[in-house]
Design a protein around this ligand. Structure first.
Ligand SMILES: *[C@@H]1O[C@H](CO)[C@@H](O)[C@H](O)[C@H]1NC(C)=O
Ligand SMILES: *[C@@H]1O[C@H](CO)[C@@H](O)[C@H](O)[C@H]1NC(C)=O
Ligand SMILES: *[C@@H]1O[C@H](CO)[C@@H](O)[C@H](O)[C@H]1NC(C)=O
Length: 233
């Protein structure tokens, strides 16, 4: 989920037509629309909501923008009320990330339409279907703050959220060090249970776990390990 090179350009491929005779086969067309962002950078995750609206994208300065009709992008979520707009809005300065935050994983719970956010600096966040200021669900484990919350997926039957945290030592702005420290195995897969409001470790000693995906029948999880270029389940 690290796409730092993706700055001002943003491609949306329109899965425009599904051939009548092959209902289940999606054909990717040769043409696509390209949206150019002029006042924000660092686009990361992208998703649709449970009503098929959006898309929604997290940008460098930690706002989540919603795409509305006629190609306009509007602010949908800010991570906290104490985030200083003067410093943060439009920022591309990595040193401000601990103040402004950085939204990496984005996923709507299709049952409740709430949006869950893996915010690198602020932990696992949630915001209702109308957006606004996100609330922190969990930002530490055994008293140690998460330093690089990265990807997430949701079990819509139970509301349980699975998410990854990449480090307890370096922050994301030192991603080069993170990627080089191949001996660091403090990276973990967590399970957040909304009934107990607590996170528990499912798997540790991972090497830079990024994306997480729950299988359709919820019988297994896939985790993408960036450094070892492996997926584990
Ligand atoms: C976006 O930028 C590209 C390359 O600079 C340009 O070709 C394209 O026309 C622009 N698209 C819009 C919608 O402005
Ligand atoms: C989108 O653009 C069309 C044509 O320009 C206009 O009729 C319509 O009201 C616009 N929709 C919104 C939501 O702005
Ligand atoms: C769930 O799906 C996997 C294949 O994706 C299959 O191997 C497994 O048996 C299924 N489990 C249940 C309980 O249906």
């Amino acid at each position: 989920m690290m796409m730092n090179s993706l700055k001002f350009l943003f491609f949306i491929f329109c899965f425009a037509f599904i051939k009548q005779s092959y209902q289940s086969r999606i054909v990717i067309p040769k043409s696509y629309n390209q949206f150019n962002f002029t006042d924000v950078a660092g686009l990361e995750s992208i998703t649709f909501d449970c009503k098929g609206e959006g898309s929604y994208v997290g940008v460098f300065d930690d706002r989540i923008l919603k795409h509305e009709l006629n190609f306009s992008w509007k602010e949908f979520v800010i991570p906290s009320l104490t985030r200083e707009r003067r410093l943060c809005d439009g920022s591309t300065n990595p040193m401000l990330e601990p103040i402004c935050g950085r939204a990496f994983g984005l996923k709507f719970n299709d049952a409740t339409c709430d949006l869950y956010i893996a915010d690198v600096y602020f932990g696992l966040l949630m915001v209702g279907p109308k957006g606004g200021v996100a609330q922190v669900l969990v930002n530490s484990f055994e008293g140690i703050l998460f330093r690089f919350t990265n990807g997430l997926d949701i079990d819509i039957n139970t509301g349980v959220v699975y998410f990854t945290d990449n480090n307890i030592i370096f922050q994301r702005r030192y991603a080069d060090l993170l990627l080089r420290s191949s001996t660091d195995r403090t990276r973990r897969l967590f399970r957040y249970d909304p009934r107990t409001k607590k996170a528990s470790i499912m798997y540790k000693s991972l090497m830079f776990p990024s994306g997480v995906a729950l299988s359709q029948n919820h019988s297994f999880l896939l985790v993408a390990e960036t450094i070892r270029a492996k997926s584990v389940c």
